[in-house]
Design a protein around this ligand. Structure first.
Ligand code: ADP
Length: 536
């Protein structure tokens, strides 16, 4: 008996401390307040159970305490149900709904305390006092069981719907706590007593410690954890208090002097501890705040980016249709399908044809970029072959432009043996052409040097120019989608910033590498591609 009562006191104190910690952790939060009230009613339940034993010999006290015991259980289950409804975001329930929860509980509470319909009397016995249930006790039993079952049901629903994994874990913990305590509590204090078994009824209040423990942990976790500060404060005050008592009971003057020093030292250390704990929590809070803001901003950006890709792909498709007719018809006119054309008409027609060709390439770049973003990428048709002819073809096509711009062109082919790589003709041509076209575009005088060489495992291709060069910051961003350096935006307005982005994708898909070097603005640029050699 003594052991059981000791347990009751320990449980009462633990519930009170846990409830208090959560309550003072954040008094503004409804969840914390309701939890505090709930834990306090559990404390009352344990104390009541203890007093019921202490005053067991007095019939009038026994009856009052017995009724109070059962009435407190009503408060416990109603606050529990309310709590599960508002957890975790302190949801504001509709008034009508709150009334539906609380009205039957209030009635039952009054009937339990002030009538003999629920608890008729207490039969005093040497071994254990027993409650004699009134005619409506069955309603009481149903009420308690339904409210606890509803709480469990609501938490299970929340568990299913909630997205955040942390909260899921907390709800899981709560469910374990409530289900365990609910089962033992109801069995020990309602079901067994209905069959006249009273000797385990104290186990009801004792079992609540599981529930409060699990729930306090869950709430503390959810509420940014300044529970650590509260716990430190609590211990700090306790330490100072003990040292103060020690000081008061000093026997000699010298002992008093030492104790006074110990008291101040202890108090200062406690204060510093609390301060550092709060500082840590504050930093953590700020960090969590920032992280969640960043997450939201990131998500917004991602959505915006998706929309942009969608738009890019849609617009490009729409542009392509009229362009195909312009290109088709201008080609037919050029070749005389609609009658002979004069020599004056030929040049503008050539310009129309070339411009549509350029525009077509531009649209292709946009479409390919949006395909990559949608994770679809290029359609490759890989072959294993010697790429030298392809490179020569590109150079032949572009050398006229190089000469037209008055640039010196150097071509160095250091490969003397047959070399084979695995490549897709169309896209590799696009990637290499882009490097040479850029060199032409961004070089106003000087030279362009194209080199091909091979190491044991790789074919290396490079384009070096004496053009406008790049800063080290440009080099870092070069292969990013839509990147154009500040130095080109005004002087070379034509450009999309997609060429290198696509080239990098193509080279990576070929199992190769692409990179650039430059000593700075005005000091020229070099671009390199390496591709794995296929060995026979
Ligand atoms: P675009 O040339 O259409 O702008 P690219 O993706 O081909 O797009 O190139 C991206 C950017 O890289 C260019 O806008 C330019 O700032 C820089 N760049 C590329 N090649 C060179 C080069 N040879 N010399 C200097 N800057 C270059």
């Amino acid at each position: 008996m003594v052991i059981e009562n000791l347990f009751l006191i320990i449980v009462a104190v633990s519930n009170l401390i846990l409830g208090g910690l959560v309550y003072f952790n954040n008094r503004k939060s409804l969840v914390n307040r309701v939890f505090g009230i709930w834990a306090f009613s559990l404390t009352l339940w344990s104390i009541n159970s203890f007093l019921f034993y202490v005053f067991g010999n007095s019939p009038s006290a026994s009856l009052l305490l017995g009724r109070l015991l059962y009435a407190t259980a009503v408060i416990i289950v109603v606050t529990l149900l309310y709590f599960t409804e508002i957890f975790p975001d302190s949801i504001n329930l509709k008034r009508r709904y709150t009334a539906i929860i609380f009205a039957p509980a209030t009635l039952l509470f009054i009937f339990t305390i002030a009538s003999d319909l629920i608890i008729e009397d207490i039969a005093i016995s040497v071994f254990d006092n027993k409650a004699i249930f009134g005619p409506l006790f069955i309603l009481y039993a149903l009420f308690i069981i339904i409210y606890v079952a509803l709480s469990v049901f609501i938490l299970i629903r929340k568990y299913q719907y909630v997205q955040n994994n942390n909260i899921k874990i907390h709800i899981h913990l709560m469910l374990i706590g409530i289900a365990t305590s609910g089962f033992f509590g109801i069995t020990a204090t309602i079901l067994l007593p209905m069959f006249n078994v009273f000797n385990v009824d104290k186990f009801g209040p004792v079992s609540t410690v599981f529930m409060v423990g699990f729930m306090a942990y869950a709430i503390a976790k959810y509420n940014v954890m300044n529970i650590k500060v509260i716990a430190t404060k609590f211990l700090g005050i306790l330490l100072s208090f003990v040292l103060f008592i020690n000081l008061i009971f000093s026997k000699t003057a010298s002992e008093f002097l030492i104790n006074i020093i110990i008291f101040f030292a202890g108090t200062i250390i406690s204060y510093l501890l609390v301060k550092s704990a709060s500082a840590e929590i504050n930093i953590r809070k700020k960090l969590e705040n920032l992280t969640s803001k960043l997450q939201i901003a990131n998500e917004d950006l991602r959505k915006l980016d998706e929309k942009k890709t969608e738009f890019m792909s849609l617009a490009s498709h729409q542009l392509r249709t009229p362009l195909t007719s312009i290109k088709g018809y201008s080609s037919m006119i050029k070749s005389g399908d609609f009658g002979k054309i004069s020599s004056e008409q030929k040049e503008p027609l050539d310009i129309i044809f070339m411009s549509t060709e350029n525009m077509n390439n531009l649209i292709d770049d946009f479409l390919n970029a949006s395909r990559i973003e949608k994770k679809r990428g290029f359609d490759y048709n890989f072959v294993v072959d010697n790429p030298i002819n392809l490179i020569k073809e590109i150079i032949d096509n572009l050398s006229i432009q190089i000469k037209n711009k008055g640039l010196k062109f150097v071509y160095e082919n250091k490969i003397n043996k047959e070399v084979k790589i695995k490549f897709d003709n169309r896209t590799l041509l696009q990637a290499i052409s882009n490097l040479i076209q850029n060199a032409i575009k961004y070089t106003n005088n000087g030279s362009i040097t194209v080199k091909i060489s091979r190491t044991n495992n790789h074919l290396e291709f490079s384009v070096k120019d004496s053009g406008i060069g790049m800063t080290s910051d440009d080099l870092k961003m070069l292969f990013k989608r839509f990147f154009r350096s500040d130095s080109v935006k005004i002087d070379y307005p034509e450009g999309t910033g997609l060429g290198l982005y696509l080239a990098e994708r193509i080279i990576l898909d070929h199992g190769g590498k692409i990179w650039a070097e430059s000593k700075g603005i005005g000091k020229g640029s070099s671009f390199f591609i390496t591709l794995p050699v296929v060995k026979e």
